[in-house]
Design a protein around this ligand. Structure first.
Ligand code: 6PG
Length: 260
């Protein structure tokens, strides 16, 4: 047993952020130099804020090809976009307002509209390029950045909730006793996340190590630890996606080498 995919442990959080930023920009440049737009889905929560700041402030990342990037949301809390708990507000304030990106390439989840799940799925279907090399041609995100909550949730896929069983729809509302407020939430589901070319899970801090150990020993249990349902190998038709866990020393504490 162990974590699915590949694991990168960098003891200092600050250096881990550099590693994520380096890997992210390398993938973005490769896609854009290949003549395609780069489709990037970003998470909320507190951990990725450090990365968003780094991308804006650090001169090493100034050449990020934002002009050819689309920014999508991994999940959203159903609060107005001005609410301080809104993920898109956080991403707008930390990242979008500080980079040069065509506004039509930034796609917040339209949580204030009825049927926002369907509207967002439709937009994804319209905008994502179709991978024609795949066994069954399918639209794909290039890169999905995820975090993990202390209960093992990722995106807004919470333990024992209906979206965990979603096999077709890419976007779903989520609510119920295990969904952390503010709720309901809107979330990307396993089918679209697991079809991404790269899935990066960024986990930092000592508060996460206990959960991470449990996640590593219960790999098949994604009802209890929804992050365990994240794996390109679980996608029914695509097999070439990569899953990379980026862990700092305190979060990785207790994971032995075979688990990582
Ligand atoms: C959200 C998220 C969520 C987050 C984890 C980890 O909107 O809350 O997208 O899945 O990534 O809860 O959050 P922290 O980084 O704050 O620990």
């Amino acid at each position: 047993m162990g974590l699915r995919g590949r694991t990168i442990i960098v003891h200092e959080t600050d250096e881990l952020i550099d590693k994520i930023a380096d890997d992210l920009i390398a993938r973005a440049m490769r896609t854009v130099l290949g003549g395609q737009a780069f489709h990037l889905a970003l998470s909320g929560g507190s951990t990725p804020r450090m990365l968003y700041r780094r991308l804006v402030i650090d001169p090493r990342y100034r050449h990020f090809p934002w002009h050819h990037t689309h920014i999508w949301m991994v999940d959203e809390r159903c609060v107005p976009p001005t609410d301080e708990r809104s993920n898109s507000r956080m991403i707008r304030e930390l990242l979008v307002d500080n980079i040069v990106i065509p506004p039509e390439q930034v796609h917040p989840m339209p949580v204030e509209s009825p049927k926002a799940d369907r509207a967002y799925q439709k937009l994804l279907q319209q905008e994502l390029p179709i991978d024609t090399d795949a066994a069954s041609p399918t639209p794909r995100l290039d890169y999905v950045l995820l975090g993990m909550g202390n209960d093992g949730h990722t995106a807004s896929l919470f333990p024992h909730t209906p979206p965990l069983g979603e096999a077709k729809r890419w976007v779903a509302y989520n609510d119920g006793p295990t969904v952390q407020p503010p709720r309901p939430r809107l979330t990307l589901t396993y089918p679209i996340i697991n079809s991404a070319r790269t899935i990066a899970v960024f986990i930092a801090g000592v508060a996460k190590y206990g959960t991470l150990q449990q996640v590593a020993t219960a790999r098949e249990d994604w009802q209890r630890f929804p992050i365990n349902g994240i794996d390109p190998q679980l996608h029914p038709t695509l097999r070439d996606g990569e899953l990379i866990w980026y862990l700092d020393g305190p979060a990785a504490r207790g994971l032995d080498e075979s688990q990582a």
